[in-house]
Design a protein around this ligand. Structure first.
Ligand code: NAD
Length: 345
């Protein structure tokens, strides 16, 4: 039987994880380590994955989400399934969990189908459940500090944003848009986090040597609702081992550059050669990318535990839907050669 109170006396939320690939296993490990959570069960359609995780974590394991939800009645569920375009399997278990009364933290992309994504957001809203997306990139101390600089006006009136995210994902893909849909939710979310809504998109893309199907490197011009201009570079063609993300936002009073979401962020005040740098601490800092999940998961638990209104959830389902709409506009631009207006709502 899992405990219901942490060592410090906080009530622990009963949590379950659906989907036990590498990412679901990461979620489960961080829930188990979090004092706000009691991991009560795990589920994967594949019995070998479900059993391995259940035995390792010491919790009951299931191959049916419906059965687990009915039997364990968790309060919080992580949906870390994948599927076509790394997202088609999010829809069904998210709706099952919401309809069972759970708060849901779903992996990105929210869904590869915009209509279904909109339905997921609608059902969460109607049921007054908290629905978050794992936009782990925005939850690091460095990313938070950059946001504070924007809110404090340290950048002044905003002018431009340059966002780039590149990883190595060799091999063939069953969708030409896998990279655009699966990688860019993070980048679009970071842009929206600092700069607000994106209104228009113009996308160019290439298939790198050896790629048959996949648009694997893309260059996307952006116009934002507040008048800013921006650029997003994304690629599946650069091997790991070096930095993978860079976010630069500039205004009339200053500019910041955030390297690798957690590693370092620098504020360059306009006209002042003295800059401010936050560097990931050696002791107590992040050891690597996986640590970005810890803070995001803790934030979701803390917001649910505090009874935060569903519309106040940081990195929400609505943010996930907005990101996919920007990506859909990019894909339409790539196909038509036109500048495309992002659907709002
Ligand atoms: N936030 C990040 O930084 C980050 C990084 C990588 C991947 N991801 C996302 O994490 C998700 C999972 O990635 P992965 O590499 O672990 O995927 P994966 O395909 O290895 O694992 C997904 C698992 O979900 C199971 N599954 C699918 N539908 C199910 C259902 N209805 N009920 C029970 N189990 C079901 C599958 O059997 C599979 O074992 C993807 O959506 C991906 O986009 C996020």
């Amino acid at each position: 039987m899992s405990r219901s109170r942490s060592a410090s006396g906080d009530r622990m939320l009963r949590v379950a994880v659906i989907g036990l690939g590498p990412i679901g296993n990461l979620h489960a490990a961080f829930y188990q380590a979090d004092e706000l959570a009691a991991l009560v069960g795990v589920c994967d359609r594949l019995p070998e994955r479900a059993r391995a995780a259940g035995e390792r974590l010491g919790v009951p394991w299931f191959t049916s989400a419906a059965k687990m939800l009915a039997q364990l009645a968790p309060e919080v569920v992580s949906v870390a399934t994948g599927g076509f375009e790394y997202a088609s399997d999010h829809y069904e278990p998210t709706l099952q969990a919401l309809e069972a009364g759970c708060h849901v933290l779903c992996e990105k992309p929210i869904c590869n189908d915009i209509e279904k994504a909109a339905q997921m957001v609608r059902v969460a809203r109607e049921r007054r459940r908290c629905f978050g997306i794992n936009f782990n990139h925005r939850f690091t101390p460095a990313a938070r500090l950059a946001r504070r600089w924007v809110e404090e006006g340290r950048l002044g009136s905003l002018l431009f944003v340059n966002m780039a995210l590149w990883i190595g994902r060799p091999g063939d893909f069953d969708s030409p848009y896998f990279h655009l849909k699966a990688l860019n939710p993070h980048s679009v979310d970071m842009i929206r986090y600092y700069c607000g809504e994106i209104s228009q998109v113009q996308c160019f893309a290439m298939k790198a040597p050896g790629r048959e199907t996949l648009w694997s490197t893309a260059s996307i011009n952006l116009r934002l609702a507040n008048g800013m201009v921006g650029h997003l570079l994304s690629s599946y063609d650069i091997e790991r081992g070096h930095p993978m993300e860079r976010c630069e936002v500039a205004g009339v009073a200053g500019r910041f550059v955030l390297e690798d979401m957690w590693r370092e962020v620098t504020l360059y005040p306009a006209g002042d050669p003295v800059k401010s740098v936050y560097t990931n601490p050696v002791f107590g800092g992040y050891g690597g990318f996986d640590d970005t999940f810890r803070e995001r998961i803790h934030c979701f638990l803390a917001q649910v535990a505090a009874g935060v209104a569903p519309e106040e959830i940081d990195g929400s389902g609505a943010d996930g839907l907005a990101a996919q709409r920007v990506i859909a506009a990019g894909i339409e631009s790539l196909e038509t050669g036109q500048v495309v207006t992002v659907e709002s709502g």
